[in-house]
Design a protein around this ligand. Sequence first.
Ligand SMILES: [Zn+2]
Length: 246
Amino acid sequence: MKKISILLAAFLITTALSGCGSGGSGENEEKEMKIIDLTHMMTEGMPVFPGDDEPTFQKVTTHEEDGYMMTHISTWSHVGTHMDSPAHIIAGTKTLDEFPIEKFIGRAYVIDCTDLEEGQEITIDYIDRNRDKADKAEFILFCLGWDKYWGTDQYYGEFPIIDDEVAQYLIESGKKGVGYDVISPDPIESEELEVHNALLEHEIVILENLKNLNLCGSDLFTLYALPLYYENSDGAQTRAIAVLEK
Ligand SMILES: [Zn+2]
C-alpha cells in the first residue's frame, strides 16, 4: 500500500511539474523548482474560528484489531487552511464543486504586508510597489506574517485588512482568488463581512489560514490550491502549495 502511494505521489509530482507552466521541456527544470507547502496540518486541538467546533480524528479500525487502519474524520468545512466559495456568504451563488478545476491553479504573487501593525490597512500602495507582477498574477496572496501567531490568542487579533481600493483592484483585474495567512479577510468581529461579500460576489475565491507566504519570494510562481471535492461545498479544506521556478 505504502509503495503504491509513493509511486502515485511520484507520478503526480512529475506530471504536475512537467505539464503546467511555460511548456518548456528543459531536463533540469524539475531540479530547479522549489515547492513550498502553504498548508497548516490538521490536528485535534488545532486553532479554529471562535465558536467553531474543533475537528476530531477517530480511529475506526486498527492494525491490532482489524489488520488495517482507517479514521473517521469530523470537521467543519472552514477549519484549518481552506477555501471559501461564494455560496459561503451569498445565497444562491456558486459552491466550490461548481467551478472547473482550472479555477484552483494559476500564477500567484505574494504582497508583503509584514511591516503593517495591528489595526492598520493594506492600501493600494502595497499593490503599486510591484504593479507589474500583481497585474500578471491570477491569485494575490497577502503575507501579513500572521502564521507565526497560529495557536496563540494573537491569531484572532486585529490583523490588517485590505481597504476598498485594493478590493476594487482585485475585482477589476479579474483575479481567480485571494489568499491570507489569517483566519479572515474581514476583522474578526465583523458581522457585515464586507471584504468577503465584495470578493465573493465576483467569484473571487478566498484562501484562509495559509502559512509560509514569507518563503515564496518576490516573483510570480504557480499556486496549486485544490479544495476537497464534495457536493454543495460552501468551503473546503485545501492543500495549497507554491511551486517556485529557479
Ligand atoms: Zn472560510
